[in-house]
Design a protein around this ligand. Structure first.
Ligand code: RIB
Length: 339
């Protein structure tokens, strides 16, 4: 049902003009109370729902912002979305979530559609960071953008991130302090800035103190971590995120390799499943909901501001959470049957 057809039926049922129905919806103070009530009764009887996107498009803007995430199956982004929605709802704004799946082509298509829909602004963890990317074009054409989980030195947008260099250093210091001399970094595509920064951080921390090897993976998933487990020849592993770390844990365990006795593991994000893993996972914690909430607040400030907005780059500090996968192995307790 098109928006106009809906309004026509309401006007006919109430015995008024389409303009009067529009006024009841948008400027009720202009309509006599008896007429307004007849229109509202007709709306209820017909179950009419206004097509807000058409109205907003005619007005030139919508009450929607978009959040484009790298991987919708990653609980890290679930928590980021939760924080973004909480901040947006306080302003009566809806968050449209899009998944790029770490694919630049999909990201491009999403940004095309979001611009057509006239979303008020875009939160994004970008795949394509090239100077001539679709994201840069969106910004040049005037759509406010805030980078999420990604720092940015550029002044054409805000960004909210965690100090991934420090996060890598924290993981490296911890593993060296645990006595590890051979460490492997299991990272996703080096095209992802966070992966590069976390790798650089551990490399700085262990330089001259331990040997660091790298096992790159095609993406940041459990399956990629499970496959990478076969290539690990080290006593400790630092993974680019928790999904990869959980995959490495599964792959090593399937090969009869004990964690942490034979190989220690540290992940990144500290998603809920890290603590719940069969061997509770040590991880570098990111303030996930706070990332989403802060990025949204910056975006809404830019959207609702009258030009006074100044772009800012917010950087949160990571925190290392040590659990069994890299700490002292749990002392073996006798089974309940006493064996
Ligand atoms: O944003 C890239 C990666 O950084 C995501 O996979 C997420 O886990 C975060 O750690």
């Amino acid at each position: 049902m098109s928006n106009t057809t809906g309004i026509k039926e309401v006007a006919r049922r109430a015995g008024v003009s389409i303009g009067t129905v529009s006024n009841v919806l948008n400027r009720p103070e202009l309509v006599a109370s008896s007429t307004r009530q007849r229109v509202l009764d007709a709306i209820t009887e017909l179950g009419y729902v206004r097509n807000d996107s058409a109205r907003q498009l005619r007005a030139g803007h919508s009450r929607q912002i978009a959040l484009v995430v790298l991987d919708v199956t990653n609980p890290f982004f679930t928590d980021v979305v939760r924080g973004a929605e909480a901040a947006a709802e306080e302003h009566g704004v809806m968050v449209v979530v899009c998944n790029s799946g770490e694919d630049a082509g999909r990201e491009h298509r999403h940004l095309d559609l979001l611009e057509e829909q006239r979303v008020r602004g875009v939160l994004i963890t970008p795949v394509d960071e090239s100077p001539n990317s679709r994201l840069e074009l969106l910004i040049q054409r005037g759509t406010p953008v805030v980078l999420v989980d990604r720092g940015s030195g550029r002044h054409s947008r805000c960004s909210v991130a965690v100090d991934d260099l420090l996060g890598g250093r924290l993981a490296g210091e911890h593993l060296v302090e645990q006595g590890h001399q051979r460490i492997t970094f299991v990272g996703g595509p080096a095209s992802i800035t966070q992966v590069r920064d976390r790798h650089a951080g551990i490399a700085e921390a262990v330089a001259g103190r331990a040997e660091l090897s790298v096992v790159p993976t095609p993406n940041l998933t459990v399956a990629a971590g499970r496959a990478a487990a076969a290539e690990i020849d080290a006593t400790a592993v630092f993974c680019a995120n928790d999904l990869v770390a959980l995959g490495v844990l599964q792959g090593l365990t399937q090969r009869g390799i004990r964690v942490p006795q034979d190989v220690a593991i540290v992940g990144y994000d500290d998603i809920e499943f890290a603590a719940a893993a069969a061997v509770p996972l040590s991880s570098v914690r990111q303030p996930r909901e706070q990332l989403g909430r802060t990025a949204t607040a910056l975006l809404l400030e830019e959207i609702e501001d009258d030009g006074r907005h100044e772009h800012r780059h917010v950087v949160f500090q990571p925190e290392l959470i040590v659990r069994e996968s890299s700490g002292r192995p749990r002392t073996r307790r006798p089974s309940r049957k006493g064996r």
